[in-house]
Design a protein around this ligand. Sequence first.
Ligand SMILES: Nc1nc2c(ncn2[C@@H]2O[C@H](COP(=O)(O)O[C@H]3[C@@H](O)[C@H](n4cnc5c(=O)[nH]c(N)nc54)O[C@@H]3COP(=O)(O)O)[C@@H](O)[C@H]2O)c(=O)[nH]1
Length: 879
Amino acid sequence: MKSLDETVEAVMRTLGLDDAAVVRRKAFLEFTDDDVARLRTLHAALQDLAPDFVDAFYTHLLAFEETRALLPHAQTLERLKRTQAAYFDNLTAGDYGPDYILHRLRVGAAHQRAGLAPAWYLGGYSKYLAGLFPELWQRLGKDPEAFVATCQALIKIVLLDMGLAIDTYIQADRQTILTLKEYADIVFASIPDGLLVLSPDLTVLSANRAFLERLGLTEEAVRGRYLMEVLAADGLRGRALEVLATGVAQHDVLFSMGPAGSDERKPVRVTLTGIRLAEEEEEEEEARLLLIVEDLTEEQALRAAALESERRFRDLAETAHDGIIMTDPQGKIAYFNRAAERMFGYRRNQALQRSIGTVLPEPLSCQLDEGLQHTPVWETQGRRQDGTFFMVEGSSSVFEGSAGRFITYVLRDLTERKQFERQLIHLANHDPLTHLPNRKFFQDRLGISLDEAALNEEQLAVLFLDLDRFKLINDTFGHALGDKLLLMVAERLAGCFRKGDMLARLGGDEFVVLLRGLSGKQDATLVAQKIMDGFAHAFQLEAHEAFVSASIGIAFYPSDAIDADNLIRCADSAMYQAKEQGLGYQFYRLDLENLSSERLTLENSLRRALERDELRLYYQPKVDLASGAVIGLEALLRWAHPVRGMIPPDQFVPLAEETGLIVPIGEWVLRTACLQIKAWQGEGMPLLPVAVNLSARQFRQPSASGETEGRPLSDEAAGVHDLVETIERVLGETGVDPSCLELEITESILMQNLSTAANILQALSAKGMRIFIDDFGTGYSSLSYLKRLPIDTIKIDKSFVGDITTDQDDAAIVAAIIAMAHSLRLKVVAEGVETQEQFDFLLERGCDAMQGYFYSKPLPAEEILPLLRSTRNSSSGRD
Ligand SMILES: Nc1nc2c(ncn2[C@@H]2O[C@H](COP(=O)(O)O[C@H]3[C@@H](O)[C@H](n4cnc5c(=O)[nH]c(N)nc54)O[C@@H]3COP(=O)(O)O)[C@@H](O)[C@H]2O)c(=O)[nH]1
C-alpha cells in the first residue's frame, strides 16, 4: 500500500492542485482577505474554547457505532484529539497557504484510509459549524454584520476543507478501481488457458496472452475483428451463437483450432459462456461471450506417450523370459504375461481374477508387510495348473494406487538351475568316473558317522583298498581299459556291503569303505574276505582277462583313531603293510606303521642321495689262492648318509629295488666303477677287472616277467629293458674295455626267467664281459642250468665258507661245489674268507680264488693302489 504522503502527492498530481488551482478554488468560494482577517480575529477570540470543543466533538463521534468502531483504543483517541486540536487551531489561524492545503489533504486521506465513510466525515464538519455558530453569536451578536461576515468566512474555509477531503476520497476510490483493474488485467493475462471475450456480434473485445501466444496472434490482429476472420475452427461460430441465444453455457467442446488463413491446427477444448457487464451506470447491461480455450496439444502428446509407454511395457512384458504377474488390491491376478502362461500352464484368461495363491501358494513378505515397497529376491514354490510344484525365484514391487495396493511379481523358473545346482553338488561330492562318493564326501559322511558312533557308543571301521599292480595294467593296456577296470572293480565292491555302509573312490586305484554298526573285528574281517573273494575272478577287459588283486588296510573307531583324517590314515598305513607283506588284508598296527614311516623316510632320503652325491663305491680285492696275486676287485656300494653315517647296501638296496631306484643307482655304480678303472689305469695300476653287482630289478627285462607282451612300456619298464644297452653305453662313454668289467648276478635272478637271463648274459658275454654267479649255494644250488649260460665263475656264499673248518657239512658242500664247478670248467671264488684255516682249506680243495677280510675288507678307491703296491712288495699270498 502507498504511504499517506504518496497518496496525497498522487491526489495533487491527478487533480493538478497547484497554487494556481488553490487560488481558483478560493476565488470560486469568494474567500477573500477580509475573510482571512475575520477568521484571524475569531481565532484570538476562540483560543480558550479548543479543549472543550474537541472533547464535545469526540463525545459526539463515540455516540455513533459507525464512528466509534474507528476509535477502538484510548491511545488512538488521545492522538486524534491532539490532531483535532491542531486542526481547530489551524482553521481560524489565517494561514491558508500550500501547507494548509497539504495538511487538509492528509487529514482527508487518513480518514479515507481509516475507513470513515464520506457521510460521517462530512457529518463531522456539520458538528463543527453547528458548535461554532452559537459561540460566534455570543461573541459577535452585538454586531450582526460582523457576525454574518465571520460566519460566511468560516463556512467558506470549512467548505474549502470539505472539497479537499472529498477530493482525496474520490481520488483514493479511483486509485482502488485502477489497481483492481490492473490486477484483473494481470490475472486475465496470466491465466494459462486462452480467454477470449466477444461481443454479441462475435467481435473480439479482448484476448489474453495465453490465447494469443497459443495461436501465434497479436492483440492488434484480433481486437475489434470478427471472430471468424481471426480464427478457423469448424462449428465454433454455431456454438457461440447458440450460447448467446440461449444463455446456456457449453462446456468441453472439442475443436481443431488455428489462425484463420493458416493450415495450422491445434486440438482445443472450449467452454463457451455468456457474461453481462454494465460499463457505465446509465448504460444497459450488454451481453458478452467468454470463450475459455484449453490447448490439448500437450495433454494429447502426454496421453499418446502414456499409451505408447503402456504398449511398450506390454510388448516387453509379453516377450519377457520371466513370468510377470500383477495382482489387484484384492490379491486377484490382474495381469499374467506369456512367460507366466508357460511357467504355470494356465492360459491368461484362466489365470485372471484367480487369487495369487493359486500359483504361489506360500505367503510372501510383499503380501504381508504393509510398508514394503520392494522386496529383495526370494525363492518360493510355484504351483502349476497340473498341481505339480517347482521352485521359482521372484522379486516384487508394490504400487500404492488410489484404488489400493497393486503388486507386480517377476518370476523365474528355477527348475533347470536347481537341477544344475544338484549336478554341481553331485560333481563336487562324487568321482566322475565311477560316480562313487569322492574323498570329500566320504570324509564329511565319516565325520557325521563318527559323531553318531560316539553318541551311541558304537564301533565303526574304515577299509582302505588299493589295487595291486594297477599302474602296470594302466600302462600296459592303456588308460581306457584302466578306467574300465576301475568301473568293474567299483561294481564288484558295491556288492560287498550292507545298506548304510559307504564305498568311495579316493582317486587312482584307491577305494575306501565305511562299515557301521560293527559288533567286532570279525565283521570287518568278513567284509575284507568277501572283497578278496570278489577279486578271485578275472576281469574281462575286452579281449584280455586280467586277474587283479587288492590290498586292504582296516582301521577301527575308537581303538585306532577317533577322527576321520586319522582313521583314514591308519587304514592307509595298514593297507601299505598288507601290500608289502602280500597279505591281502591287514588290521592297523602302530608298530608296523612306525616301521613304514622309517622306511618312508629312508626312501625319500635315498631318492635324493644320487642328486646329493652321497653314494660311494668300496672295492674288495679277489685274490688267486695259489699265487696270492690280486686278480680282480669287487665294487661294493655304500651310502654316506649325512646323519646316519655309512649305510651298508643290505639296508638300502632292497628298498632301492622295490622302488625302482636301483635302476638309476645301478647305472651310477657301473659308470663310477668304469671311471675308476680308467683312473687306475691312468695311475699305472696293473689291469684288474672290476666286478659290479646287478640286482634282479635291473636285470629283469620286460619279456622276462611276461607282463607287457609287446605293449607300450612304462618308463621304468623301458629302463629295465635297456640293461644291455646301458652297460654298452657306459663302457663306450668311459672308454673301458668290456674285458675289464665283470658282472655278478645271483642264482635267484637267473631263476626268475632263465631264458631271458640267458639272452642277456649271452649278449654281455659276447661283448667280452665275464659273468659271476654270486651267493652260490643259497638258491637252487643246481649246476645243470649253468651249462646253458655263459658263466665264467661261481662265488661260494660266505655262509658256507665261515664254517668250513668247523662244520663238516659246510666243508663237504664247499668241496663238492668246487669239484662240480671245475667239472663244468667254471672257476670258483670263495667269499668271506677270514682266516688262515679257511684259506688253507680252500687252497687244498683246489678253489681258484678267494675274497675276504683275510686279505682285505672292502676299501675306498684311493686305498686300493697302496694296498696293491704293499702286497706286491711283500710275499705273495698270506701265510
Ligand atoms: N645290486 C647291488 N648289490 C650290491 C652292490 N654292492 C653291494 N651289493 C650287495 O649288497 C650286499 C652286502 O654287501 P656288503 O655289505 O658290501 O658286503 C660285502 C662284503 O663287504 C662282505 N664281505 C667280504 N669279505 C667278507 C668277510 O671276510 N667277512 C664278512 N662277514 N663279510 C665279508 O660280503 C659282501 C660281498 O658281497 P657279494 O660278493 O656281492 O656277495 C651283498 O649281497 C652285495 O652283493 C651294488 O652295487 N649293487
